[in-house]
Unconditional design. Sequence first.
Length: 326
Amino acid sequence: MKAVFVKEFGGAENLEIREVENPPKPKGTQVLVNVKASALNRADILQRKGSYPAPKGYPERILGLEFAGEVAEIGELVSNFKIDERVFGITAGGAQAEFLLTDERLLAKIPEKLNFPKATAVPEAFITAHDAIFTQGDLQAGETLLVHAVGSGVGVAALQLAKAKDIKVIGTSRTRAKLEKCRNFGLNEGISVDSETNFANTIKEKTGGVDVVLDLVGAKYLQANLESLNLRGRLILVGTPSGGRAELNFALAMSKRLKIIGTVLRSRSTEEKAEATKKFVEEVVPLLEEGTIRPVIDRIFAFEEIREAHERMESNESFGKIVLEF
């Protein structure tokens, strides 16, 4: 089969399409998926550079965390899927290849209105966002959510999921144009942080404070996050592009009785991912079917244009997901 392959860790010029060995035949609850589309994530960039190794059991040099395709073969214990059925889901690696072997518990059926490119733009962003703000952050109706990097794939997904429950959302971005695009998805307040590093004062002026912060940025925002949170607020740490270390004001966190929660999806066990996927099927897929939320695609590339796709992501100009299509 063909796959996106990292010849050497480093720049995008080290990516190529290479013939690799097919996955083994599915057994038990395993499903072999004929991948029709995949999407890029920041983790792909980091893995390509050699700074984010794949978890044990997943390919070191074949990228990809999400996919959409058709069921090619099933194991003898598979009960929820049939041959040729359209499916999408998450994996810890290897999704940017023609075939992928996975557990049926990590799959969902694609809603009829979504084609493969649109479907593959959903799983990683929406499962991550839903798990972070609702399962981990316990976001409730009547509360206020702050989303950093709101124009990113996970950011726009969190915005849509929160607005589906009529929750007020504040978003930050270094790009004013992305904030304007997010207003089309219901963003209540947008804060440009291209020059403002302490956004807490602006948040206090506009809303008085927030209940949950979804932080996709990292260390640079820690102090302002603590200042922005209301009493018993929850800070959900998901990304670290601005750094992974910062000084913590214990007194402020303790006086507000804050919860600081770190979360990552990729390295979780199959059981944990299965639980997140189950909630996604129950609570998010129906919203996709009725059109309340929708995938946001920045650009679609052919798999052979993998280098250009990585360059597009690294430019930080993208809004929504960058998709690869076979």
